[in-house]
Design a protein around this ligand. Structure first.
Ligand code: AMP
Length: 211
């Protein structure tokens, strides 16, 4: 199954992508995770991406298209993939469609996670993330230990209020048009109510993904 997950920052895409990936047995690909791993390893890609990420801006399309190509061409992704936040602009969507064509693959569904802005702000202000394995946590203080890998929980620089505002604006201006683009190209767009408990959201997502 090949899924493209779309939603505003703080919609819980990353968390749900982990569940969906485990449930379907296909890898999750997250450009945000790839960038954070590169930032912590100090690579050239990490240094370039960090400038945009810390400000809450989108990394330029050509960089994303390169990563998309590498990530989707791996043997692990041949059976399917959950693309978490990988497509955030119409040119990226066009790039993905072209790449899928070249690789002889199909995008099964575009999954949109719906959350109102006030809920996003509330969630992001309570969020920390493991600096090693990237697992996100709610209501756990920075400096505490990741239950999964023993790494340290940190606050993402782009979760600071000014950056969150910029990310929300980027979402409305650049990412929301991807939904219309997908509908115009006859892709199957499903909307999930991403408010409420994490478990409840997972259930809604699983139900919506049933054949
Ligand atoms: P995320 O963890 O998915 O919220 O991504 C963190 C940051 O990485 C975003 O705020 C962007 O700066 C950058 N980023 C991740 N994926 C993309 C993408 N597909 N297009 C542009 N920027 C991206």
């Amino acid at each position: 199954m090949r899924l493209v997950l779309v939603g505003p920052p703080g919609a819980g895409k990353g968390t749900q992508a982990q569940f969906i990936s485990a449930h379907l047995g296909v890898p999750k690909i997250s450009t945000g995770d790839i960038f954070r791993a590169n930032v912590s390893q100090g690579t050239d890609l990490g240094q370039e991406a960090k400038k945009y990420m810390d400000a809450g801006e989108l990394v330029p399309d050509p960089v994303i298209l390169g990563i998309m190509k590498d990530a989707l061409s791996t043997p692990a992704a041949a059976k399917g993939a959950i693309l978490d936040g990988v497509v955030r602009t119409v040119p990226q969507a066009e790039g993905l469609a072209k790449l899928a064509d070249e690789l002889g693959r199909k995008i099964d569904k575009v999954v949109l996670f719906d959350v109102p802005d006030d809920e996003i702000i509330r969630r992001i202000s309570g969020r920390t993330v493991c600096d090693k394995c990237q697992t996100p946590y709610m209501g756990r203080e920075p400096g505490t230990t990741c239950a999964k890998c023993g790494g340290k929980l940190v606050r993402r620089p782009d979760d600071e209020p000014e950056a969150v505002k910029t990310r929300l604006n980027a979402y409305r201006a650049q990412t929301e048009p991807v939904i219309q683009w997908a509908r115009d190209h006859d892709l199957d767009v499903i909307e999930i109510d991403a408010t409420g408990d994490i478990d409840l959201i997972t259930k809604r997502a699983m139900r919506a993904l049933e054949p």
